[in-house]
Design a protein around this ligand. Sequence first.
Ligand SMILES: [Zn+2]
Length: 250
Amino acid sequence: MTSLRGRSIGPVHDNGANMLYQHGTLAQLVPGLLEGTTTIGELRRHGDTGIGTGEGLDGELIMLDGHAWKVGADGQAIEVPDDFTLPFATVHRAAFQFQCARDDIGLEDLNARIVEANGRANTFFSVIVRGRFSFMKTRAVVKQKAPYPPLEAVADRQAMFLAHDVTGTMLGYFTPPMFNGAAVAGFHEHFLSDDRSMGGHILDAVLEHGEVLSQVFDTLVQHLPVDDPEYRRHDFGGDRIAEAIARAEH
Ligand SMILES: [Zn+2]
């Protein structure tokens, strides 16, 4: 008989810090399934940190320390209430580990180094970078009204924001390539400046000086809007999800 002593036979953590919770999928946004099917209050039951988008692609959301901020097409960051609804969001309980400090590094290099340092291209993880950015380029989509258009039609209805010498927090999630569609493969990163004057979905950045922290997950909880009639009815067969995501998100 094999002894189980010394072996882990159940969840190693009991605080949920090993768990990534996602509501909806990025694939749903492609054909325009943009109905808000969860709320900030509900998401907060699963985490205190995260990113997402509002109903009808209403702004770029970032949750830090349990507070959810929305950057809309006007560029302003406003804190949103518990009943604010979202079609797509990713949250977790923060328990970040210090990885390194970095100076003068562009976003692409920074992301490549983070994956390298983690040694985990096949694992979901979160990254948070706090520091000063000599350059930050973000976007926020213009809120759409029902009946919602497909994601590609919306991609050109977005506002772009540029900032120099801005201090703030970059929060992102890394999705392994095999999960492309559930989320965008690779990094999805949002930003919020410390003075709340700038933020959004990060397109490009240069980190002047900052600390990089990461948190690895061994469990993905993928929650679906099973009661949303449009989601139940929709046939994703003709949506060419991977191509549409690649065009809209990069
Ligand atoms: Zn985003």
